[in-house]
Design a protein around this ligand. Sequence first.
Ligand code: CP
Length: 316
Amino acid sequence: MKHFTSIDDVDDPAGLVRDALRIKKEPLADRRFGEDLTLGLIFLNPSLRTRMSTQKAALNLGMNVIVMNIGQEGWALETEDGVVMNGQSAEHVREAAAVIGQYCNIVGIRTFGKLENREEDYAETILHKFMDFCGVPVISLESATLHPLQSLADWATIEELKSAARPKVVLTWAPHPRALLQAVPNSFAQWMNRADVDLVITHPEGYDLDSMYVGNATVTHDQNKAFEGADFIYAKNWSSYEQYGKILSTDLSWTVTPEKMNLTRDAWFMHCLPVRRNMIVADAVIDGTKSAVIQQAGNRVFAAQAVLRRILEHNF
Ligand code: CP
């Protein structure tokens, strides 16, 4: 594996999940694996879990870590080629990426879309420019369209908690006051399409995800029906893909409540965090005994460590 920006970079996703769960049992077993190598973590957008878990994963492998909040602390980046740079941007991404590649052996980058233009966001320009110009392996720390480190941790969590051989996993839209990217639901659907699960996606009309990521999932606008017999409820808000970036509904009847969870087969509640309590999920659900959100966040370390280990193994 050279880069890790989507499931398409992974030959055997189920094997990578097994790696993560094996690493969880003995996280310091490879503590010299990345010795004398440096991971750069570049953030154009805020983060708690991704930043800390990926840093921890690298430290468990003996790597040095440099974190740069380029969105707040770096020069404003120009991404278009051939422009006269007489505006706000002081540095072109071509030089910035190449320079970061001089200091780091692996680069992780978080670069969200702006939710203004679907074609622009789905082109993933900054991520691709980093891959083109930094000259070292690149890991997505969440891009405009995908969040593969999160999805790997989510799959590992489902493997740990499942009681059925082929669980029913429901990805449900839930309300949120701000317009959010489709990265987490796109990515979760993409990874679950490769797992041994029955995947159901439920959302109000107008919230269809890109069919490329929906794959073989069953899609329904009836949330109650979707919840029936579910083993896992994965809640997430996303803005409209069709009417790109628009909030079409803030209907609180889509909030995940104890009554909704009673329709399931005693399902686990999952969310990538951060979460808006009593918008996405009722306190009683997220604070309840079947909430997996902290375990999910904890597994982010082992997902990142499995990815870093493979990149180290194949490139150094
Ligand atoms: N789930 C997740 O990626 O969290 P952060 O945005 O805090 O990194």
